[in-house]
Design a protein around this ligand. Structure first.
Ligand SMILES: Cc1ncc(COP(=O)(O)O)c(C=O)c1O
Length: 399
């Protein structure tokens, strides 16, 4: 990984001021460009939402807002409040996620959010009661757990037994009951297959399956129209630096073909993207505090671990890594260093699970250098074990 010059400059400036360096650096230029480009290349009717769980920092929400994202995919009341604080109006919010509380649903109907994505029959009934008491007719999408699994994806959201949505096999049992709920306006389907997908054809297969379901519903249920279809998120990024980035143009072309084939022009299609938009706008930068040789393996110990950057350990993958050389004087003769070898990176926590990178090739590293983990703009600090061992929260620096 190349260290962007702006990031390096920032880190050197901070290092000059002294103190142990441990922070996230954000530059949302890439995110803004991606939103603009997707809006340009996607077929008519496609609307881009930012899945803010990827990074709820105000700077990322501002980037989504200023770059013209259609709205925000939220999965909690806290996310809703942050999105509104960033300038989005509630009518630009779409609400997904299993286990929405009655208070959260009440907020959604009272504030007129665009769509609530129903994850179960219970949730449909709960929302219907809340909407009817509030005198509101709420637009909904029904989330389906498709009988389809993308095996090589990092995380799957459909296929097999899942807590998300209603199993595809139960659709014909559940849908008539939902259509009968007077205060819910059925607008269509939400089927999110998997996260971190690099193969465009896998995600297009998901689109095709959803179109098939929509067609089935319209054939079988008089008056039911799927005018809005949400394909979820899932565009992957190239963590392993193999050069196989997700190709949004190929996806746009494939989706256009499917829309044409199914005669679905004029409908609305949601993409709720997190990782693809946010990942390359953030770097986790943490000072190397110690290097030791343990039974033949070098262990590099950094100021922050899974308390600040949990994703590599949680997903058991290495993020791109670069070492910013600081050339500090050694503390003693014979101090360990790393030279052209594969080593292990971890943080300061008292758990063996505190791993930042495993068996990763490093050209050179010394104590006092800064380890920089790339593609850390998505699912970085917000999915970390921030309270564990009560270390200071890392600063989040905006370039
Ligand atoms: C409902 C929903 N939508 C969108 C996303 C964003 O997914 P990704 O970051 O893979 O684009 C997620 C991630 O968990 C999700 O659960």
């Amino acid at each position: 990984m190349q260290i962007p010059s702006k990031v390096e400059q920032q880190l050197r400036q901070m290092a000059d001021q002294g103190g142990t360096l441990n922070c996230y650096v954000y530059d949302t230029t890439a995110m803004r460009k991606k939103i603009t480009r997707l809006a340009d290349i996607m077929p008519a009717g496609v609307e881009i939402f930012y899945a803010m769980k990827a990074n709820p920092h105000a700077e990322f929400l501002r980037a989504a807002f200023e770059a013209g994202a259609r709205g925000i995919e939220i999965a909690s009341l806290g996310e809703a409040e942050k999105a509104v604080a960033a300038g989005f109006n509630p009518g630009q919010l779409i609400y997904t996620g299993p286990g929405k509380s009655p208070e959260e649903l009440l907020w959604a109907v009272e504030h007129g959010i665009r769509t609530v994505h129903i994850e179960s029959l219970t949730e449909a009934h709960r929302l219907n009661i809340i909407a009817s008491e509030a005198g509101v007719y709420q637009d909904i999408l029904l989330r389906i757990n498709a009988n389809f699994d993308i095996h090589e994806a990092q995380t799957t959201f459909s296929g097999g037994s899942k807590k998300f949505g209603v199993d595809e096999e139960q659709l014909d049992d559940v849908l008539p009951q939902i259509l009968a709920l007077e205060h819910l306006n059925f607008r269509g389907l939400h089927v999110y297959a998997a996260s971190g997908v690099l193969n465009v054809d896998d995600l297009l297969k998901n689109c095709e399956l959803v179109f098939g379901m929509a067609q089935h519903i319209e054939d079988e249920y008089t008056g039911a129209v799927c005018d809005t279809i949400d394909f979820g998120g899932g565009f992957g990024v190239d963590y392993l630096e193999r050069g196989d980035d997700f190709d949004p143009q190929a996806y746009a072309d494939g989706l256009a073909r499917l829309i044409e084939h199914y005669g679905f022009g004029g409908r609305t299609f949601f993409l709720e993207l997190g990782r693809y938009l946010a990942a390359d706008s953030g770097w986790f930068c943490t000072e190397i505090l110690d290097i030791k040789l343990s039974r033949g393996k070098k262990q590099v110990i950094c100021a922050g671990g899974i308390n600040h950057f949990r994703r590599p350990a949680a997903l058991a993958i290495n993020h791109p890594l670069a070492v910013l050389r600081m050339f500090r004087a050694p503390l003693f003769d014979g101090q360990e260093s790393v030279r052209d070898e594969s080593v292990y990176f971890g943080g300061p926590l008292c758990t063996g699970a505190d791993k930042l990178a495993n068996d990763i090739a490093v050209e050179a590293a010394d104590i006092g250098d800064i380890a920089i983990f790339g593609l850390a703009g998505a699912y970085g600090l917000s999915m970390s074990n921030i309270e564990f061992l009560s270390h200071a929260r890392p600063e989040e620096i905006i370039l």
